[in-house]
Design a protein around this ligand. Structure first.
Ligand SMILES: Nc1ncnc2c1ncn2[C@@H]1O[C@H](COP(=O)(O)OP(=O)(O)OP(=O)(O)O)[C@@H](O)[C@H]1O
Ligand SMILES: [Mg+2]
Length: 340
């Protein structure tokens, strides 16, 4: 694990992961590194989004590490892991006698993060009542402990993360629009691993090296070229966390010296075959037949959109990924009216 959570007396501190440990050579990750560097020094609120296991917590730790606040604590509050009734007192602290069992006053995570960064994980789970209080904290840097009406001031940078679509939550009335805009000053999105297969090889190597020392498997040489290719075409629904677990599992079970295709779990082999092979679900002929020309058009458009997204709209790089020249790609984008 590249980050570690340790519970001290009444605060949860996330030991920062060093930036060097975020592995990725794909265009979106390179872009992300640039954004982390640029926004780290500012004090603005940052919203980090991405599917589960894409590295949100890792990026937040890197952001803190690269900021002037790095010597002060990075304190995490997982809004989805704490019962609603306790959340307010965890965040803001409580006064003595504020509720049954509050025998002594206790500081919250905001106070614990003073001078540093407060990381609100799974922000989409924050109940509406607390969203108003968080807005006050963001706008005025002010809050009150539970059971104490006095106003306290703080100096914390707030970073939030979610794997939910917050805009959809706003539309559904579950998330306050004003809070959403306040959190979304800078938005860092981490794409799922299936949209950046160029990162798979580097991540395999990274975790292979770290587990080799941890597991004492000096006899292992690495993943075979066939196994690597197969893993590059696997869609990784659990993203980097799934890849990390797979590397550990393979290194525990493989006799060696190489981790070959046959050492990979059956579920991974069939998952890769389904995603990349001729039996792909998307290519099954529907019972009522298909409009072949329309299907091919849609297939082309989908791959072009993915190539443009993966290269942040860089048409030269997108054309390379598609084996086209730039002029052909530009013509296709225009004809198909693809937004880029
Ligand atoms: N780019 C990366 N380079 C190296 N390790 C990574 C990278 N991205 C993620 N990891 C590792 O993958 C695991 C999952 O990452 P992390 O906990 O940051 O994901 P997350 O997006 O916060 O997931 P969740 O939504 O489930 O909380 C961690 O062990 C982390 O160190
Ligand atoms: Mg997380």
């Amino acid at each position: 694990m590249s980050s570690e959570i340790s519970r001290t007396e009444n605060r949860l501190t996330l030991r920062p992961t060093s930036r060097g440990k975020i592995v990725g050579r794909s265009e979106p990750l390179q872009h992300l590194f640039g954004s982390v560097d640029r926004v780290a020094r500012a004090n603005c609120t940052v919203l980090v989004t991405g599917e589960s296991g894409t590295g949100k917590e890792t990026v937040v730790a890197a952001l803190h590490d690269a900021s002037a606040r790095r010597d002060a604590p990075l304190v995490t509050l997982n809004c989805g892991a704490i019962p609603e009734a306790l959340l307010e007192s965890e965040l803001f602290g409580h006064a003595k006698g504020a509720f049954t069992g509050a025998h002594a006053a206790r500081q919250g995570r905001v106070a614990a993060a003073e001078g540093g960064t407060l990381f609100l994980d799974e922000i989409g789970e924050l109940p509406l009542g607390l969203q108003v209080k968080l807005l006050r904290l963001l706008q005025q840097k002010e809050y009150s402990m539970v059971g104490d009406s006095r106003t306290l001031r703080c100096n914390v940078r707030i970073v939030a993360a979610t794997n939910r679509d917050l805009e959809a939550e706003v539309r559904a009335g579950r998330f306050r629009e004003d809070l959403y805009y306040r959190l979304n000053v800078v938005h860092l999105h981490i794409p799922p691993l299936r949209e950046r297969p160029e990162d798979v090889r580097a991540l395999l190597l990274h975790f292979f090296r770290s587990f080799r020392d941890e597991l004492g498997r000096d006899d292992l040489e690495g993943f075979s070229p066939e196994a690597t290719r197969l893993l590059e075409s696997y869609p990784w629904p659990g993203n980097v966390r799934e890849l990390e677990n797979l590397v550990e599992r393979c290194m525990l079970l493989t006799i060696g010296p190489e981790i070959g295709e046959n050492d990979l779990p059956e579920s991974i082999r069939t998952g890769a075959a389904r995603a990349g092979g001729p039996e792909s679900e998307r290519q099954v002929l529907p019972a009522l037949g298909i409009d072949l020309r329309a299907a091919v058009e849609e297939f082309e458009s989908s791959l072009i959109r993915q190539a443009l997204a993966r290269t942040n709209g860089n048409k030269n790089r997108a054309a390379q990924l598609l084996g086209l020249n730039r002029t052909t790609l530009v013509e296709m984008v225009k004809r198909k009216k693809i937004a880029c």
